[in-house]
Design a protein around this ligand. Structure first.
Ligand SMILES: [Zn+2]
Ligand SMILES: [Zn+2]
Length: 171
């Protein structure tokens, strides 16, 4: 057997421990992951640090990101749990309890956007009410030439509602 250029036997790389080099021309190592899974990883990926687990690390990160809002309060709204519908929808939906007592679901992406844009996190009923400051802002922005789409994106409400506000037909 040719001398190994890199003998990784027993070495640890993140969650992985290299067990043995796979037979074959390519330098692939059979590794044991801390989670119990086995993984076959390219030697270069181990040494560069590109691969640190069987894939469970990334999965854990994803789960953590999904769960990061659970239990948090945004204004009067509390994020209760990840909705069971998430699985079938293929995206993270969060179940929330609004200050008014209604429960509602919102996608994690939408929630993040609202937080980023400083928009209230509320049920549909409550978020229809736009504050006086926002009404003023919408009218000013509209007068300055902001497009309806821009304002809808920012306020996350019906285009028709924005248009009514902008035209002064609604408070
Ligand atoms: Zn693992
Ligand atoms: Zn509400």
């Amino acid at each position: 057997m040719a001398l190994l250029k890199y003998d990784l036997t027993g070495k640890r790389f993140g969650r992985l421990t290299a067990i043995e080099r796979k037979k074959g021309p390519r330098s692939v190592w059979v590794c044991q992951c801390d989670c119990g899974n086995m993984a076959e990883v390219d030697s270069s990926h181990l040494r560069s640090g590109a691969t640190k687990s069987c894939g469970c690390w990334r999965k854990d990160q994803l789960e953590m990101r999904k769960a990061q809002h659970v239990g948090k309060r945004f204004g009067d709204t509390t994020v209760l749990r990840i909705s069971p519908t998430s699985q079938e929808l293929g995206r993270t939906e969060l179940e929330c309890l609004c200050g008014c007592g209604n429960t509602f679901t919102i996608s994690a992406a939408k929630l993040s956007k609202r937080i980023r844009n400083n928009r209230p996190v509320q049920c549909r009923n409550c978020s229809r009410k736009i504050s006086d400051d926002d009404v003023r802002f919408i009218r000013e922005e509209r007068a300055r030439g902001a497009s309806l789409a821009e304002l809808v994106e920012r306020f996350d409400v019906d285009p028709s509602y924005i248009s009514l506000i902008a035209r002064g037909l609604r408070r």
